[in-house]
Write a protein that binds this ligand. Sequence first.
Ligand code: NDP
Length: 332
Amino acid sequence: TTSAATVTITGAAGQIGYATVFRAAAGALLGSETPVRLRLLEIPEAVRAAEGVAMELLDGAMPLLESVDVFDDPTAAFDGAEVGLLIGARPRSKGMERADLLSANASIFSVQGRAINEAAAPAFRAVVVGNPANTNALIAASHAPDVPAERFTALTRLDHHRAEAQLAIACGVSVNDVDGVAIWGNHSTSQYVDLTRATVRGRPAEEVLLEHGHDRRWIDEFFIPKVAKRGAEIIEVRGGSSVASAAHATLRHIRTWLRGTPEGSWASMAVPSTGIHGVPEGVVCSFPVTCSQGRYTIVEPWAIADFSRARIDRSVAELLAEREAVEALDLL
Ligand code: NDP
């Protein structure tokens, strides 16, 4: 075993948090060699529930779980944190305007950004799950001036997994046979699910889809909306939002970042743009990325087809509007 790592999980008493903490304590985040110290952050009203979660973790007698502590103070919660899973967020309540949602979350993520700046370990890395995830990551980064902004990322791995699974189903193959899907833009229904570089058993996915009777129009009118609206479909069928699949994607996001992507393959992560691919610098946008030795690299630009370009631009426009809205509220 290696030395223990400190992981701070916010919203730990919520649904995704509950599903995440157990697997993080069982090795799914950092591997079965690395013991973990979990620090759970909750709002005061949910601290008691988080203590219940901590009790259950103890009841698991989990060999890799070195300690578990519960906090309602962000600075204490992020003390020494090497990994932050920022899951907790203010949900949209009935009658709440978009600006109210942005501002409620901007206050949460600005406080957490400052706490991270003050207390986290130098190696700190974060994935934001709580929505609006991309903009929340931007806000946290802007309040943590001493932490490199590229350490604040947001989750689009669930969208990436959904695209892989749906592509495999459409081609009648296993997910192990598909590769190269990419999610661009915002973690919202404006996201662009890109199959132009995807492969099925090493062949261009669009070619294989065509053999199954699915043309470019099917990709546009059926496949892309299917992936983008999968969350709503889960709510309708399961009677509740995606929880275990979101927790799984959160764990995979960090694991890939730390452990790397397989040679020739990539994952999707929302990361601050370097100005690459025509996306304005600083905007937290989903890109295909390769990871190696704890660093991610946005894949080099390729000749993006016009129809892809328009869709990427549309989602980026939404991100820019969110950024302007928080700027207008003086929260950046
Ligand atoms: P969930 O655990 O179901 O969801 C948590 C967040 O993840 C929401 O913002 C949700 O967005 C988001 N999310 C992102 N991607 C997905 C996805 N693909 N599917 C589903 N959700 C997704 O919410 P709960 O209400 O159960 O739990 C939230 C917890 O956070 C509560 O315990 C609350 O007390 C806590 N909290 C903690 C804070 C803190 O630690 N400072 C601050 C605020 C809240 P969406 O709403 O759009 O589905």
